[in-house]
Design a protein around this ligand. Structure first.
Ligand code: NAD
Ligand code: MG
Length: 391
């Protein structure tokens, strides 16, 4: 029985992780949860799972949650809050395995703390790897921590890499659904609304990653994530647009063999793989072979999806550029969702912030967070300047 901590338990990945715990009770039991601000769901999860600890974003929400639990007669759940709370959840001594599924750089400190505490990790929080991949991987190597990717593409690559050695790999291919605007003419991009961008054709996910899929910045973050996880330069991480999302990614070996991972389009599978590793457990996630009848692939269009080009540029430039890419995107996506920035304002903001970023490599998580804050501030200023010009 593995005792599980879930960072981001109320999110899309977090709730899927709990559903794996539900379907495999003899293998996984969640004992520590960290939520953001969804008090109602955090309360429900405490009633169902009786974790030892739950963290919620603010002190006020923690007081409210503790009072609700007391009133409902749920005792023995320690309620903590803030970043310190997420770190407590990630490092609880009894925990064997941490699922890192907080969205954004907000998940970085807890993910890093879990690695330092020697916990094996199922990593969904790609932004942590983009911002601080070198530091996280070095710490994981030193402590013999297993970092198992939950992001479906990287999970597929992890599986396909088990067939060969690192020097036998020529390059890897990340598949991309292409998002909802795969066939939208460039002229229409300026008028894309948040409601249109939030409709992903193949995956149901949190808001930020859904918008990132529409701009293809998500694939850009995944290129950087793959460089860090698999120790490859950006030019050996390729992207192919595959609208069916049936093949989750591929590894091309030096002898010309290409190994693909195929499965249902359901995140419960990569989560199960990561949690069960190095074993495999049976599941109800059965793939219908009829879905192989049509498999399409096309080259990504860097003109319509400049975020992909910007990501390759950031990956080749420096770690500071990768941090800035992610930070500027977080701010720009939030502005777009509030209706304050047009869709194409997202890549424009990122491009401007990247141009303002000097090439550096942070040596600590504190330096990463400082660069992140600085890039966020620059993104806010770029957006405000543009609004002033267009007002
Ligand atoms: P989501 O928005 O559905 O959930 C995010 C979770 O993080 C929620 O539980 C939220 O409460 C929590 N959270 C947010 N800010 C927090 C804070 N400051 N402190 C503590 N908790 C906080 O997002 P998601 O789709 O589940 O994605 C989570 C991560 O997994 C992201 O990094 C995303 O890129 C990655 N990912 C998701 C999918 C997917 O299918 N959803 C696929 C691949 C990778
Ligand atoms: Mg992915």
């Amino acid at each position: 029985m593995k005792k599980i901590a879930i960072l981001g338990s109320t999110g899309s990945i977090g709730t899927s992780t709990l559903s794996i715990c539900e379907s495999h009770p003899e293998h996984f039991h969640p004992i520590a949860l960290a939520a953001g601000s969804n008090l109602a769901l955090a309360f429900e999860q405490c009633v169902r799972w009786r974790p030892q600890v739950i963290s919620i974003s603010t002190e006020a929400l923690a007081a409210e949650l503790a009072a609700k639990l007391k009133a409902a007669g749920v005792i023995g759940v320690e309620v903590v809050h803030g970043t310190a709370g997420t770190v407590r959840v990630a490092t609880l001594p009894e925990v064997d395995f941490v699922v890192a599924a907080i969205v954004g750089v907000a998940g970085l400190e807890a993910t890093y703390a879990a690695v330092l505490a020697g916990k094996d990790i199922g990593l969904a929080n790609k932004e942590a790897l983009v911002a601080a991949g070198d530091l996280i991987l070095a710490a994981a190597r030193e402590r013999g921590v297993a970092l198992l990717p939950i992001d479906s593409e990287h999970n597929a690559i992890h599986q396909a890499l088990r067939a060969g050695t690192a020097n036998e790999v020529k390059q890897i291919w990340l598949t991309a659904s292409g998002g909802p605007f795969r066939n939208t003419p460039l002229a229409d991009f300026e008028h894309i609304t948040p409601a249109q961008a939030l409709k992903h054709p193949t995956w149901v996910m949190g808001q930020r990653i859904t918008i990132d899929s529409a701009t293809m910045l998500n694939k850009g973050l995944e290129i950087i994530e793959a460089c860090r996880l698999f120790n490859l330069p950006p030019d050996r991480v390729k992207v192919t647009v595959h609208p069916q999302s049936t093949i989750h990614s591929l590894v091309e070996y030096i002898d010309g063999s290409i190994l693909a991972q195929i499965s249902v389009t359901n995140m419960r599978l990569p989560i199960l793989y990561a949690m069960a590793y190095p074993e495999r457990l049976s599941s109800d996630l059965i793939f219908d072979m009829a879905a192989l009848a049509q498999l399409d692939f096309q080259q990504p269009d860097l003109e319509r999806f400049p975020c992909l080009r910007l990501s390759y540029e950031a990956a080749a430039a420096s770690q500071a550029h990768c941090i800035a890419l992610n930070a500027a995107d977080e701010i720009a996506v939030a502005s777009f969702l509030k209706g304050e920035l047009p869709f194409l304002g997202i890549p424009r903001t990122i491009e401007r912030v990247l141009a303002l970023t000097p090439s550096t490599s942070p040596a600590s998580i504190q330096e990463v967070l400082a660069l992140d804050q600085h890039a966020r501030q620059q993104a806010r200023e770029v957006i405000a300047q543009n609004q002033a010009v267009t007002a």
